[in-house]
Design a protein around this ligand. Structure first.
Ligand code: BDP
Length: 697
């Protein structure tokens, strides 16, 4: 049920909009409205010819309740706004303002922005404000994005399979592009624009060179044509060996002039088809991908060569720091820093280094990546995973806002007040290039993300990339109101569920800083016992190091000394288990099972307590959801309920399998009151999942 607040005469004839719980909602509309009223149509005036302004006006015509004042949609430099002294600079690049104003002698509600897409952002901000119950008496909204690049990374393969995608096939129907442009592409762009996303990388970082051939460039251009009006640029993942595979060259050595010339010609070709092409994303010398190190050249050599190719067209290169090598016996958590830190200052000015939020790989919890704060001369773009490869795929409810927030708010310790957010916004070091990238959870499922609550993760990524200082709870609240309507009972319940959900996943998969305990390949379910994979750092036993005496990875001076990659103040804190936050304890320390925790219980007792807490939390989420049955449409309620049922079963499975394994190592009994695992360890080890989704290998 959606209720607009009526305290304000502005909404004189407005507006009780009912979205009856009985009406099926298949989730397609996401958090966006769909024709709340028809009364406002004539009341929205657009000034200027641009298609993007027209989209902004249409959005308001369809979704604004009727107002007693006209709405004017115009760019800040429109002649009619001259008297308002709205200069584009004060609005900020891509920024917007929404407020009451006198325009051409009339009192209006003005929606304006520094550029066309800023106006569109303003229209969405107005709708967001209203649909989340915002006060409209003295409406005065103004904001501009804190990062320049707010980008989705699609790990989409050309055959339609999405790596780590859990919501169907790829949205891009490469086969029929460029001739047929599915109307969903515009809906996708609209949804992204509504949360400020302004870029999309179309293809998997494990890239095929084919994406750079003429037919695929034409296909990408067709998508770019649709996205452009919504302020979204397309980017491509580039396979580093493409000059060999497509160009017939003998080498892809970035220092070879013929290689550089090939990339330059390729960039020119792309820009002829897509004049506002954003640039390249590159995964090089990582997990078998080719790269400059194959030739003894550095990551900077590779990145700079590509950067030179796109530079004349104002393109950029996002070069990933996600590297680790089987030939390198160093702690995997240290390898990216070891390789990239020395390169600080040697990247061209249109290169960003793209750093995952943590040093290993999108685990339910990781300390922030030590590269944040360590490369002041290089713009860093933070990479988060929206798709939940390690958090229960699309089925488990895990709202990622708190995870993003925890990382962005982390103090780097380099300078007083410096946070990961201030590094990725470029503010810490005065970079004008800045950004956040999110590995998309979008597919061809009717509800886009494989379940209603997964949509919240797409949403929160966009909102936080726009402004990393927003709170994850406030975002959950506005998302819930727009998604389910302004029923306070629904909002309060849903937000409470969301805010505890990620911690629940941490608890039942790997509490106290444990990580990478997942089954092989697909990462579905527990596999802490796995020890037989070819590369040591692919095995969970590499990460937990449990034996009869204790558990955890010693990353202090007596171990890998990864703590030394952090600023001294943090290195000191992490060097001592007493000053390490319990949530990260076993990430940094190998401790005896009977280590005394601050509350007086042992490490083992605390671990079990947290596994139990995670399971109980999921039980509680499911019963909270049950209370909402009469208040939410049957379609979304039923699917979510079924998913919570799966999560209940699987949380228990995770807990039981993990505890059965830990007990086989430490020989300890369960603390009183904690239930024995349902099956013996062997049973858990026997489980296999041959067709788990999202795992194309
Ligand atoms: C890991 C995924 C793998 C990706 C890789 C990456 O398991 O599928 O290719 O990250 O980020 O999380 O390149």
């Amino acid at each position: 049920m959606k209720l607009f607040t009526l305290q304000n005469p502005l909404w004189a004839c407005a507006a009780l909009v009912l979205a009856s719980p009985a009406v099926a909602d298949d989730g397609y509309r996401l958090w966006l409205g769909e024709g709340a009223t028809t009364q406002a149509r004539s009341g929205v005036e657009v000034r200027g010819e641009s298609e993007t302004l027209r989209l902004a006006a249409d959005e308001l015509r369809r979704n604004l309740p009727a107002l007693s004042v006209p709405v004017v949609v115009a760019r800040a430099d429109d002649a009619a706004l001259a008297g308002l002294r709205l200069d584009a600079r004060s609005l900020g690049s891509e920024g917007y303002a929404v407020r009451r104003a006198q325009v051409a002698g009339r009192e209006v509600l003005l929606v304006t922005g520094s550029v066309d897409v800023g106006v569109l952002y303003g229209a969405f901000a107005l709708l967001r404000h209203i649909n989340s119950g915002g006060d409209i008496a003295n409406i005065d909204l103004a904001s501009s994005p804190q990062t320049k690049l707010r980008i989705l990374n699609h790990w989409d393969n050309l055959d339609g399979v999405v790596e780590r995608g859990y919501s169907g096939q790829s949205l891009w129907d490469w086969w029929v592009l460029p001739d047929f442009k599915d109307p969903r592409y515009a809906d996708y762009a609209r949804a992204n624009a509504s949360i400020g996303i302004n870029g999309t990388v179309l293809n998997n970082v494990n890239a095929k060179a084919d994406s750079l051939t003429a037919p695929y460039i034409a296909k990408a251009a067709a998508l770019a044509d649709v996205f452009r009006l919504y302020g979204i640029r397309v980017y491509l993942s580039a396979r580093f060996s493409a000059p060999i595979e497509l160009g017939g060259l003998k080498t892809a050595d970035p220092r070879d002039p013929a290689v550089a010339a090939w990339w330059k010609a390729k960039a020119d070709e792309i820009y002829r088809a897509i004049p506002d092409f954003g640039g390249f994303l590159v995964k090089a010398n990582s997990e078998g991908q080719p790269g400059p190190r194959d030739y003894g050249a550095s990551h900077a050599d590779g990145a700079n060569m590509l950067a030179a190719a796109v530079k004349p067209h104002n393109g950029i290169v996002m070069w990933r720091a996600f590297v680790y090598a089987d030939t390198d016996p160093e702690d995997r958590a240290k390898q990216a820093y070891t390789e990239f830190k020395p390169l600080d200052g040697s990247f061209a000015d249109n290169v960003l280094v793209q750093v995952k939020n943590g040093a290993i790989d999108f685990q339910p919890r990781e300390p922030f990546h030590p590269l944040f704060g360590a490369m002041p001369r290089t713009p860093l773009i933070a990479e988060f995973q929206i798709t939940k490869e390690y958090l229960g795929f699309a089925t488990h409810l895990a709202y990622l806002g708190p995870l993003f927030e925890e990382v962005l708010d982390a103090q780097t310790g380099v300078r007083r007040g410096e946070t990961v957010a201030s590094v990725v916004t470029g503010k810490a070091d005065g970079h004008s290039l800045s950004g956040m990238a999110g590995v998309a959870n979008i597919g061809r499922d009717r509800d886009w993300s494989g379940g209603t609550f997964n949509q919240a993760n797409w949403y929160v990524f966009g909102r936080m990339a726009w402004d990393p200082s927003l709170s994850s709870e406030a975002i959950a609240r506005e998302w819930a109101a727009q998604t389910f309507g302004n029923d306070p009972v629904v909002i309060d319940t849903v937000v409470a569920m969301m805010m505890r959900s990620r911690e629940a996943v941490v608890d039942y998969t790997g509490p106290l800083g444990l990580a990478h305990l997942f089954a092989t390949g697909h990462h579905y379910g527990p596999g802490p016992w796995v020890s037989d994979l070819a590369r040591p750092e692919w095995n969970p036993v590499y990460y937990h190091r449990a034996d009869r005496q204790g558990i955890g990875f010693d990353r202090t001076r007596t171990g890998s000394n990864a703590v030394a990659q952090y600023a001294p103040v943090l290195a000191r804190r992490y060097a001592d288990p007493k000053t390490t936050p319990p949530e990260e304890l076993l990430w940094f320390h190998h401790l005896p099972w009977d280590y005394k925790m601050p509350a007086g219980n042992t490490l083992w007792e605390e671990m079990v307590r947290r596994y139990d807490r995670g399971v109980a939390e999921v039980d509680s989420m499911r019963s909270q959801w049950a209370t909402l049955r009469p208040r939410i449409d049957a379609e979304r309620w039923t699917k979510t309920d079924a998913f919570l049922g799966v999560q209940q079963r699987e949380a228990r499975w995770w807990r039981d399998a993990s505890l059965a394994y830990w007990m086989s190592i430490n020989g300890l009994p369960l603390p009183n009151g904690s239930a024995a695992p349902q099956h013996d360890l062997e049973w858990y080890r026997q489980q296999s999942f041959p067709f788990a989704p999202g795992n194309p290998k």
